[in-house]
Design a protein around this ligand. Structure first.
Ligand code: IPM
Ligand code: MN
Length: 372
């Protein structure tokens, strides 16, 4: 298969972790006889410094013209600590998602037995965790009108959702549930918010066309608790932009490191793959950030294009790195392996999916991702 992939390293550890997933994609291309081409484009703080904007026109054009985009991370402490700056790195990512029409952000959260002791929760509670968050990505409070009035003493962020915005992601969530354990949990705050009440109405109606799927509705505060007390009870979580952002980071705590979770941002015509984690500026350039969230994002890219075996090979290789303890220090405190070494190991072992691992890859949800 021929794929043209835009690479958006961004800020912080983004470029470092992205380089490792590119290594893995190159190994996949070699092993499985594909032709992947890559083009690097600037976004975020680095683009502000060079071009005065977090999303240069050329970046958008290259992404729009590629089959897929692979994104690193965005944001720097200089901007985090200066809330009054009006041009901010994150605007680049938000604008890119909007321009490419990426309305569905799928965040799989899966526990791998090899690293189960990393979870701060008990083994009994987290064993078998395997859910996917369907986060609406191009609407809600992220994109509502923003105002700062009364000499900077009154701020407003408008939150609005249309029926259309809710139903297009809801259908994706129900279709995914049909292929999995047939349960959708809608997370909202319908006891307080008008937008959440619209979500409930629309989603309840849509659920009637999927009789084999059970719909459960939880308020966000309760969902935050249930997710920690009983993560295995979740299959597909469907939620708004803001709630999905928060819940997915909570998901990374369940599986033991923020350095592990990938995501797929899907629209009608474009797709982008990005780690759930942030730019971790403290680790920038230190060769210690975990590249696995980025590598798993690359495996979601492969799966999105129907390259299921390739995607599984990447996941199997990551699991081999877990098993052999070739991991970064967030996974094993005493580890002396850095981002590069771990990435090399994973890329090098994509070729040899051997039996001695006894991995039972058939059961890996990531490998048979329901994202289409
Ligand atoms: C994420 C990130 C982004 C978001 C930020 C960097 C704008 O936290 O992808 O989860 O809030 O969507
Ligand atoms: Mn986030």
């Amino acid at each position: 298969m021929q794929l043209k992939i835009a690479l958006l390293g961004g800020d912080g550890i983004g470029p470092e972790v992205l380089a490792e997933s590119v290594k893995c994609l190159q190994a996949v291309a070699e092993t499985f006889n594909h032709n992947f081409t890559f083009e690097k484009v600037p976004i975020g703080a680095i683009a502000i410094e060079k071009y005065g904007t977090p999303l240069p026109k050329k970046t958008l054009e290259v992404c729009a013209d590629s089959d897929a985009s692979l994104f690193g991370t965005i944001g720097t402490p200089e901007y985090d600590n200066s809330p009054s700056l009006s041009i901010r790195p994150e605007q680049g990512l938000l604008q890119l998602r909007k321009e490419l029409g990426l309305f569905a952000n799928v965040r799989p959260v899966m526990m791998f037995p090899e690293i189960i002791k990393n979870s701060p929760l008990s083994k009994k509670m987290v064993a078998g965790t395997d859910f996917e968050i369907y986060r609406e990505l191009s609407g809600g409070i992220y994109y509502g009108e923003k105002k700062l009035e009364n000499n900077g003493t009154l701020a407003t962020d408008q939150c609005s959702y249309s029926e259309k915005e809710i139903s297009r992601i809801a259908h994706k969530a129900f279709k995914a549930a049909k292929k999995r354990r047939k349960k959708v949990t809608l997370v909202d705050k319908a006891n307080v918010l008008e937008t959440s009440r619209l979500w409930r109405k629309v989603v309840m109606t849509i659920s009637e066309s999927y009789p084999e799927v059970t719909l459960e509705c939880l308020y966000i505060d309760n969902a935050a608790v249930q997710l920690l007390l009983n993560p295995t009870a979740f299959d597909i979580i469907l939620t708004s932009n803001m709630f999905g952002d928060v819940l997915s980071d909570q998901g990374s705590v369940i599986i033991g490191s923020q350095g592990l979770l990938p995501s797929a941002s899907i629209g009608e015509y474009h797709c982008m793959f990005e780690p759930v984690h942030g730019s971790y500026p403290q680790a920038k350039g230190l060769n210690k950030a975990n590249p696995v969230a980025s590598i798993f994002s690359a495996s979601l890219l492969l799966s999105h294009f129907g390259l299921k075996e390739e995607s599984r090979a990447v996941i199997a290789s990551v699991r081999k790195s877990f098993k052999k303890k070739i991991v970064t220090p967030d996974i094993l405190g005493s580890s002396k392996y850095g981002t590069n070494y771990v990435g090399d190991f994973i890329a090098d072992h994509i070729t040899d999916i051997d039996d001695d691992m006894n991995m039972n890859d058939e059961n890996i949800g990531l490998g048979k991702s329901t994202i289409i």
